[in-house]
Design a protein around this ligand. Sequence first.
Ligand code: C5P
Length: 224
Amino acid sequence: GRERDLAGRRVVISAGGTREALDPVRYIGNRSSGLQGYALARTAAARGAEVTLVAANVALPDPAGATVVRVESALDLRAAVFEAAENADAVVMAAAVADFRPTARSGSKIKKTSADPEPVHLTKNPDILAELCERRRNGGKPAPEVIAGFAAETDDVLANGRAKLARKGCDLLVVNQVGEGLAFGTPDNAAVVLVAGGEPVEIPRGPKEALADVVWDLIAPRLS
Ligand code: C5P
C-alpha cells in the first residue's frame, strides 16, 4: 500500500514559476501557482519520504515535513535543484521554468521615456530537467534513480508528450491537459503519465493531491 512506501527515500520536487528580472522591480514571469508541486511534497512526506521542495515564488504555506528552499529565477532554481539532487533517489520537476531570461538586468529601475523603449533581449535558460537526465546518462552526478517532468500540452497530447519524454530523456512525463479551466491555479488537474518503455497511465480529472499520489505510485516501484 501507499502507507510509508517512501520511507527512507530522498525526493526533490520543484514547484511554482520562475521570475526573470528586468530591473529591481520588474520581471518576466508565469501563472504557475505551485499547487501541484506542493501536493507532490505533501503526499511524498505523508508516505514517509524525506522531501526537499525547491519553491519558485509560491504564495503557499510550507508543507509539513518538507525542507523548503525558496528561489526566484531559473538559474537560482537550477543551482538549488542540482545541490539537493546530489543525494536524492528521485527528482520531480513540477516547476514552470522560464525558457528565456532578459539578457541584461538593469541595476536601477528602467525609466519611462517619451519614445518607445529599447527592445528586451532574451537569452535561453538551461533546460534543468534535460541537463539532469543527460548527466545521469553520461555516468555523471547527480544520478537520481527516477527523474520525472511535467508538461502542459493543449493538442496532440500523446504525440507531443512522447516526443518531449524522448527529448528530455526522463523516466516519467506527466502531461497535463490544459484548457477548460484546468491546470494553472486550479485545485484540479487531468493528466496522462508517459512512462519511458511503458504504457501511458491516464489520470482522470481530480484533485492535484490524487494526481500526486498516482505519480508516487509510479515512482515507488522504480526505486531499488
Ligand atoms: O519543455 P517544457 O518547458 O515543456 O518542459 C517542461 C518540463 O521541463 C517541466 O518538468 C519543467 O520543470 C522542465 N523544465 C526545466 N528547465 C527549463 C524548462 C523546463 O527543467 N528551462
